[in-house]
Design a protein around this ligand. Structure first.
Ligand SMILES: [Fe+2]
Length: 294
């Protein structure tokens, strides 16, 4: 009997994506079981594995099984170097870097190649809030009426971290930005926006999904106002039940999500509570995740 036959996924009947897999040790997956995990991942778009407590090395090794690595392991943390908890985004750079994650987005769409997916693990969790939510952009596209689908198929938008961080009140350094505490983290050296179609086809499942989120702006052929109204309207429509999967973190949880068809965001948490997640990013295949040539 193949080891992968034993994999069982618990889904939520009221949500179009997401599932929980228990009874496997991600640090010790044989190849057959991993193939089973990968198939479940494509089907459900995100998988939760409770109580894994992976080491950094084990998390990186697990991420590497999904493809090339874009980010090995970054700490998403509000704990300052001296151990105290950052509380004011205006003065705490630690917190400022996390500001953008409050808004719905897909990872790395502002880069020349957008990410394939991400692996997150919970190290320290707050007493209240701090959930991560994912929105199913395939189900969103499929729920649109056919004339809207056709219209969107012909449209493209620019994606830029410079745009999204300015909107999140943590601008990148540059002309006119005098604040010493600008965002200079991952991706801030990429200044050329990426042009991406509003509808993308998943390279492995073949299903279409919306490609939207906080980095997107400037739909080609529309005025600034029309573009913003369209993108805001699509995000509002997409990121609501039954398409939103909310995960309440427990220490040791690991989540792997498909960035090619899901958006995500972080929910606020109790002020003064520490929250630390480890984030690894799976690189996109340049053949399918590249921006359009300008
Ligand atoms: Fe993200």
């Amino acid at each position: 009997m193949s080891a992968s036959i034993g994999l069982r996924v618990e889904t939520r009947p009221d949500v179009t994506c997401g599932g929980t897999v228990r009874g496997v040790r991600l640090a010790e997956l044989d190849e057959a079981t991993f193939r089973g995990v990968y198939r479940l991942w494509l089907e459900h778009k995100l998988l939760v594995f409770p109580d894994q407590r992976l080491t950094r090395e084990q998390q990186i090794a697990f991420t590497r099984r999904f493809g090339e690595i874009e980010i090995e392991l970054a700490e998403l943390s509000n704990i300052r170097a001296d151990g105290s908890i950052a509380s004011d985004p205006k003065t705490d750079f630690t917190l400022r870097r996390l500001l953008g994650s409050r808004f719905w987005h897909c990872d790395s769409t502002y880069m020349p190649v957008q990410a394939k997916g991400g692996v997150l693990s919970a190290q320290v969790v707050p007493s209240e809030g701090g959930q991560t939510e994912w929105a199913d952009l395939t189900a969103a596209y499929e729920a649109l009426d056919p004339p809207t689908q056709v219209r969107l198929e012909s449209l493209s938008a620019y994606h830029s971290l410079s745009y999204s961080m300015a909107k999140a009140d943590a601008p990148l350094a540059g002309a006119g930005v005098r604040d010493a505490q600008v965002y200079d983290g991952y991706g801030s050296d990429v200044r050329e926006p990426s042009l991406r179609p509003l509808v993308k086809r998943h390279p492995e499942t073949g299903r279409r999904s919306l490609n939207i989120g906080r980095h997107a702006y400037g739909v080609v052929g529309l005025s600034e106002g029309q573009s913003e109204a369209l993108l805001n309207g699509l995000t509002e429509f997409a990121c609501q039940p039954p398409r939103v999967y909310t995960h309440d973190w427990q220490v040791g949880d690991v989540v792997v999500f498909d960035n090619r068809c899901l958006a995500h965001r972080v929910r606020p948490w109790k002020a003064g509570d520490a929250r630390v997640l480890f984030n690894s990013r799976i690189a996109g295949d340049p053949a399918t995740e590249s921006a359009l040539a300008a």
